[in-house]
Write a protein that binds this ligand. Structure first.
Ligand code: PMP
Length: 366
């Protein structure tokens, strides 16, 4: 009997998936810089430098219910998030990070061949997830200011299933004006607006959810609430769509510990808002310092990171020179981002170390 090759059991579009290019973890950064993990200045993944809120830390330390399954109906989380977002609990679905909500929405809606309209350069998980579903990605590039091409996206959306848009966008940091989102919502497809960084932008399209059944808004506890390592994000959408996702999600998708931390964080919303304001002030401070450096052009940002243009052809070398000094930022090898670095906003001390390392890196690579 001739047996089939094991890869013959794999769906054709899974055989050559491009994985998500994740940021380097602290262990390998430390090894590379010849320093301890604590000494690494990790500004490569837009994490919150202040960590979880006091109540969330307390909840983590007293998480005695680890032997009990979490509530699959997410009653407490949906109620608390309802107060935080002003949406109804029935409109909310909580996921293992907002990555899981992207996955759920795409899997619920996409059949192989269905068109997804994307606006690169943007967050890489939209492509990854669309490919997992066998979707056909149509890219409508952002312009030189990283603004979306609304007319181009609307034209591409004819017959499409999904439009996906990050606002503020990762990695460029700019928001899409609400009028442009409203225009996209006129398309006959689902419009996913990813607001992972909304708390740093101070604006949101959440109030549009009630008016537009085709709008899904994604939010996360990874950035504002400093819970990136625990994985908790959520979607706010039309109730019927939310019900579909609730039925299709894994029953215990959000861990008991992540749930406890999410609930405690929402009780600490004032402290987290204050920290977000601190990060915004630090962002402006760092943007000012970057703008003073020769050949360096920071873009203005509504998020907790800054995309920064470097002298032509030196992106990779500067990234490496920073990493050798224990400072990790995000580098993009592809296309028009090859001369850019994205740097997360850290504490004032981290900004100091980053700026100092960047000065040295610019000299070294000149
Ligand atoms: N959306 C955007 C735009 C992001 O930048 C990120 C994280 N880098 C995510 C979603 C994923 O966030 P989470 O940790 O909630 O999965």
């Amino acid at each position: 009997m001739t047996r089939r090759n094991v890869l013959d059991f794999v769906q054709p579009h899974w055989r050559n998936l491009d994985p998500y290019e994740a940021a380097e973890p602290p262990e390998s950064l430390a090894e590379r810089g010849g320093i301890t993990e604590d000494e690494v200045v990790k500004l490569n993944a837009n994490e919150n430098p202040y960590g979880p809120s006091p109540k969330a830390l307390e909840a983590l330390n007293h998480s005695a219910r680890a032997h009990i399954y979490p509530d699959p109906a997410q009653v407490a989380m949906r109620r608390a998030l309802s107060r935080y977002t002003d949406a109804r609990p029935e409109q909310i679905v909580v996921g293992n990070g907002s990555d899981e909500i992207i996955d759920l929405v795409f899997r619920a809606t996409l059949e192989p061949g269905d068109v997804v309209v994307n606006a690169p350069p943007t967050f890489g998980m939209y492509d990854v997830t669309a490919n997992i579903c066998g979707g056909a990605i149509v890219e409508v590039e952002r312009d030189e200011n990283f603004d979306i091409d609304v007319d181009g996206m609307l034209a591409a959306a004819e017959g499409a299933k999904l439009i996906v848009l990050a606002s503020p966008n990762n990695p460029s940091g700019n928001s899409t004006p609400i009028e442009d989102v409203e225009r996209l919502l006129g398309a006959d497809c689902l419009v996913v607006v990813d607001e992972a960084y909304a708390e740093f932008a101070g604006r949101s399209v959440l109030p549009l959810v009630d008016k537009h059944p085709n709008l899904v808004v994604l939010r996360t506890m990874s950035k504002w609430a400093g819970l990136a390592g625990l994985r908790a994000g959520y979607g706010v959408m039309n109730e019927e769509m939310a019900e579909v996702l609730m039925r299709g999600k894994p029953p215990y998708n959000v861990s008991q510990v992540a749930e406890a931390a999410l609930l405690a964080s929402l009780e600490d919303a004032e402290i987290l808002d204050e920290r977000a304001r601190l990060i915004v002030r630090e962002r402006e401070q760092m943007g000012g310092l970057l703008a003073e450096m020769q050949g360096v052009e920071p873009l203005s940002s509504d998020a907790n990171f800054i995309l920064c243009r470097l002298p032509e052809g030196r992106g990779r070398a500067i990234y490496d020179a920073l990493a050798d000094r224990g400072v990790s930022v995000r580098y993009y090898s592809r296309g028009k981002l090859a001369d850019y670095l994205r740097v997360s906003v850290g504490t004032p001390e981290q900004t100091g170390r980053f700026i100092e390392a960047l000065r040295a890196a610019l000299q070294q690579t000149a």
